[in-house]
Design a protein around this ligand. Sequence first.
Ligand code: NAD
Length: 317
Amino acid sequence: MVPLVTIVGSGRVGTEIAKHILINDLADVVLIDIDPNKVRGEALDLTHMVAMLGIDRDVKPSTDYRDMSGSDVVVISAGIPRSPGMTREQLIYSNAGIVYNICKSISEYCPKAVVIIVTNPVDALTFIAWKATGFERERVMGFGSMLDSARMRSVIAKKLGVRVSKVSALVMGEHGEAMVCMFRYSYVDGTPVIALLSSEDMEEIRRTVRGLGAEIIRLRGYSSTHAPGVGVAMLVRAVLRDEKRVYPVTAILDGEYGYRGIPLAVPAVIGRRGIEKIIELELTDDERKELEQAAKKIVETIKQALPPELCADIALA
Ligand code: NAD
């Protein structure tokens, strides 16, 4: 069977994701959008891209959710992005209904798919997607802290004057202001960065990483596309190829880190079944407190968007 990935929302981010899936020859792609001309135009351009490269992959444009049938993975990047000065949480009012309705269609037409949420606020929307699909928690994940971790990696490399390929960095918690930069679990060629950075350096890195999403919007007028495009394609590849890679995705916790029924960005093993294992790191009291702040903020955002009966089983530690 030819692997098939549906991307719902063929805007700036959705088409970047499609581009990297196709360039890496991972799957045929169905692009779905409410704007019929835009989705046909994007699909044509991507079709010519694979022709240019000589890659035998199909790109099908659609405005009909039934066309997602048979997809191995469905990515949701539909909805409103941030404008300058906006927080991601403010998007919940416009994007919760969009994601909820798309997920109802996924459960109808694609009951076996792994679902990846990209639309912001990504953590709260991963919870809504989990509720709306009714899928087991392993098959619904958010893009989580992958982008923030890449940003932290880049900022640490610059600060220390080392190659970015030698740095690994981890951000957990929320894809937003309450993100938790995990310096104790970040390394340069095996050396923990906490041995190389002062506490002032770490505070500066934390502040910089938190502000980078808004900085991109301020500079060019719209939010990031290249890094999430390639990052989501990496996540899709880990599922399709059963790679068992560890990525910090938004997962619905079920006892891990002391939370139940809460979406939080945590490192997890990603394979054909979706989230195959959540990795529980030992945390210091300070890290635990920061994670608690992230969890509280996500729960507040969910409660703004969902009727109380759907939030009944959300419990903080
Ligand atoms: P965009 O405006 O370029 O694209 C959004 C697309 O969604 C548009 O083409 C629109 O027509 C479509 N759409 C809207 N409602 C739809 C529906 N019901 N069904 C199908 N399509 C629908 O925006 P973008 O820059 O591509 O950003 C998309 C989302 O991704 C935003 O919410 C943004 O905040 C988020 N994002 C998340 C991350 C992350 O790290 N999680 C990174 C970047 C962007």
